[in-house]
Structure formats: C-alpha cells, structure tokens
Design a protein around this ligand. Structure first.
Ligand code: SF4
Length: 470
C-alpha cells in the first residue's frame, strides 16, 4: 500500500510513503548523532586519553561548540529517558554550576581558551530550572574561561520547559547571549499530558513562544512526541493543528520508545494505553503530510524546518551536519562538554563524563576530569563517519567528493557495502548512477537503515540496543 506524496523541494528527492518498504526495513538502528555510536565507547578510554585528544584538538585549532548538561527537573515526565535529577530544591543548582565552572576551567586550558565558541547549548534535564542569578553566574564564568561570541553567526541555544519560565527567564537568557530556543511540548492534549505527568496548557506554550519571538529569538523549535498514551491519529492531528498555528521555525517529532525495563519512569505508563504500532505509523504518515502541506521541509530523522530557516538553507547548500545535538550548521567545531554524563567530541575521539552525579562531583572536587569512557577513532571510523554524515544530512554521496576528502577509490573501499546495498537499490530506497549514490523518495524515511550498511559495528544488521527506526 503506497501513497506517493510530492514535496516542493528543488534539490532533494520528493518524499514517498511506502508501507511495504517501511515494514521491510524498519529494524532497530542508531540515530547516528555520532559514529561510532555511544555503545562503542569503552571504559578503556579514560581522562589521560581525553587530555591527549584535547591537546590534538588545541593544536588543530578552530572554533568550538560548548555543551552544558544541566540535569535538574522539578517534575518527572513519565516518558523520560534522559539523565536527570528530580528535585524541588533550587539551591542544588548553584553548587552544581560551581563544579561545572571548575570543570570548565580544566577544559578551557586543555582545549584552548582563545578558540571562538561558535555554538553553545544548554541541555538537560531542565536548564530553566536554574534560578536567574545562577544562570548569570554560569555565563559570566564561561565569559572568563572561553572566547564567547556576539556576532549573528553564533548559535547559542537553550532547551526551555515552558512550565519553568517566569517573566524574567527569556529576557535573562537573551541578555546572556542566547539567540535560539527549543521548547519541550510533546502533546497539547490534556488527557495525554495527564498520563505522562506533564501538564502544560497550550496557552502557556504559546505565550512563551510569542514572547521569545518578540524578544528576538530565531529558529524557535518545538519538540513533539508521538506514540504516547491515549494518542490517536485524530488527537495528534489536533495537536499538530495547534502547533502549526503557533508557527515555530522548526519542529522535532520524536517517536516514543516504551522501554520500562531500561527507563524506570516509564513503568508509570501502562502499555495498554499506548497507540498500536499501526496507529503510530498512521500518526507519523499524517504528521509528515500535514507538516509538508503547512510549508515545512522534511530535514530528515524527525526534523522539520521552514524553508527560510538556517537548517533548511544549510541542507539545500550541502552544509548540514549532525552531532549530539542533532542537525547543525556548524561542522567544524570540536565539542567541549561539561556536566554529568556530557559527551565531548574532537576530530578523532569521543569521550563521556560519569553519568552518576555523586561520582561526577567527586571527580571534580578532586580536581580531576570525570571522563569514564570513550573511543578513539581509527581512520576507518573517520571515513565511515563522513559517509554516514553525507547520507543522513544531504541524502546523497558523491564518489568524487569522497575521493577528494579521503584520497581513495570509493568502490574499492566499500565493495562489500555496495553489494549489501543492492536490495535497497532494487527496492528503490537509493539509486546508484556510478557517480552518485542518491537516496530516493521512498528511502528518506529509512535513512537509518541505509546508513547502517556503512556501519562496521552492525554488519549483522539490527541490534536490540537501539530503538526502531520509525
Ligand atoms: S523529559 Fe525532560 S523535563 Fe521531563 S523529566 Fe525528563 S529531562 Fe526532565
């Protein structure tokens, strides 16, 4: 059963929903915010390796991206799979931030304080859990330790929980240099909100969004989740209509993976209240239809943007990249990451902090880095990361560009992968004219399955450690 659906897009292939192919290829797979993926990180990689990686990064120079993980939340959302600490005690924020600044001092010395911070992101948890003075203290500290930027090309973003916003929050963030925000919404339906313990009236979200726009924030993103309790195709269509009326610049629409054995909060969600797999597919299909109809472009992997948003422009110009924050226009930034569980990245390494808050605190108090695992990339990892990045961001791979970037011949290097790609070529997920591998309309939604062909660590295919593709 397939229903072709045209997309007005000059450079990318149109989009086609083909349910037979979706069922054939919808295995579990990584989201490729890194390659190798986080499951390949090992405990063999410790602070000493991280120091060497940071030194190599400093010698190479260039701009950096600065990520801070702020783990506190005042309320527990039952679908949550994040690393967070549920507490009502706001006085926990300052000691945490003081430690983040101690960690920042170590990392600034290692990576180089002079390098321009082109991208900055506060994630969580709930960054807006921090009282105003703590936010100011953190940013002032960063101002002393790093080379923060003020120009228009900077991309300083923060995740906002509209329930944790008062009249000072947005003006404070703006004054501190943030120019982009992402609002957590998930669903505006009251029954769904109650079932996931996230009561957030539509008007609350709308007034935060309007205020942000009035102040001057750009690329305002809204997060939605489908597959939550009591959602139906009809109820989610209403949610989408409400959200489209608010007219955010970007939308992320994630699939909820119900894994109560792995994520304890999810045990509060009753399995029999969840939409069926078929209903989920219908919701996704309708969502893509509706957003395209409303003028959004499908960027890929759950992300949509208005045609004049920087993500859509970057994709059209072949400049889109992917990192732990999802799609980004800043490709050349090494990632300096601070806080519990934060993951950093250089050209040839990934490294992650301890995800246990007391253990992270202990390391920082001892004046040490809190790196507990990571991976050093081989040349093969780097080559494959580039290939996967081309496919997942630009939906195409040009053999000439490969040769220019890596100095080798694509067909010789990937002979086995090209053989395994044949069924996907027959199924018209991807086409190969001998020069360019071009993802086809039916393959855009299944891009993770295509990327998996080039993933050396999952040659056998699906792995239960990842969520399903759709
Ligand atoms: S989903 Fe976000 S806001 Fe909700 S508990 Fe998890 S981290 Fe906190």
């Amino acid at each position: 059963m397939s229903s072709p659906l045209a997309v007005a897009d000059t450079t990318l292939p149109a989009f086609i929903w083909d349910e037979t192919l979706i069922r054939r290829y919808d295995l579990s797979g990584p989201r490729y915010t890194s390659y190798p993926t986080a499951v390949e990180f090992t405990a063999d990689f410790g602070p000493g390796d991280m120091i060497k990686a940071a030194e190599r990064s400093r010698v190479a120079g260039g701009p950096v991206s600065l990520y801070t993980h702020l783990p506190f939340c005042a309320h527990l959302c039952y679908y949550c799979a994040c690393n967070k600490v549920i507490t009502k005690k706001r006085d926990k924020a300052m000691p945490y931030v003081e430690r983040v600044l101690r960690e920042a001092a170590m990392q600034s010395e290692l990576f180089g304080a002079h390098r321009p911070v082109q991208q900055l992101h506060w994630g969580g948890g709930t960054p807006t859990f921090l009282p105003k003075d703590v936010m100011e203290y953190l940013m002032a500290g960063y101002g002393e330790l790093f080379n923060l930027q003020a120009g228009d090309e900077r991309d300083y973003s923060v995740e906002i929980d509209p329930r944790e916003v008062d009249q000072d929050t947005l003006p404070t963030l703006w004054q501190l240099g943030f120019n982009r925000i992402s609002l957590g919404v998930q669903d505006v339906n009251p029954q769904v909100q109650k079932a996931v313990n996230r009561i957030q009236p539509r008007e609350m979200t709308e007034s935060v969004l309007n205020e942000a726009r009035r102040i001057g924030f750009r690329s305002i993103n809204l997060d939605l989740i489908y597959g939550l309790p009591y959602q139906t195709p009809e109820s989610f269509a209403e949610t989408l209509d409400s959200v489209i009326e608010m007219s955010p610049d970007r939308l992320s629409v994630f699939s909820y993976a119900h894994l109560p054995d792995r994520f304890y909060p999810q045990t509060r969600i009753q399995g029999d209240t969840l939409p069926s797999p078929q209903q989920k597919l219908t919701i996704l299909h309708n969502t893509i239809n509706r957003l395209l109809e409303a003028g959004y472009e499908y960027i890929g992997m759950d992300h949509f943007a208005k045609p004049d948003d920087s993500l859509a422009i970057a994709q059209r110009e072949g400049r889109l990249h992917r990192n732990f924050q999802g799609y980004t226009t800043h490709s050349d930034c090494d990632l300096v990451s601070l806080g519990v569980s934060a993951i950093g990245q250089t050209d040839d390494a990934y490294f992650q902090n301890n995800h246990d808050l007391p253990a992270w605190e202990q390391a920082i108090d001892a004046g040490q880095l809190a790196t507990v695992r990571g991976v050093e990339l081989t040349r093969d990892d780097q080559v494959r990361r580039w290939v996967i990045g081309q496919l997942i961001c630009q939906f195409r791979l040009d053999r000439k560009q490969f040769q220019m970037a890596w100095g080798g011949e694509f067909d010789g290097y990937f002979a086995d992968e090209l053989r395994r790609l044949r069924p996907m070529i027959q199924d018209e997920l991807i086409a190969d004219d001998g020069q360019v591998l071009q993802v086809q309309p039916a393959g855009r939604l299944l891009i993770r399955a295509i990327c998996q062909i080039f993933d050396l660590y999952r040659k056998e295919g699906a792995s239960q450690r990842f969520s399903r593709i759709i």
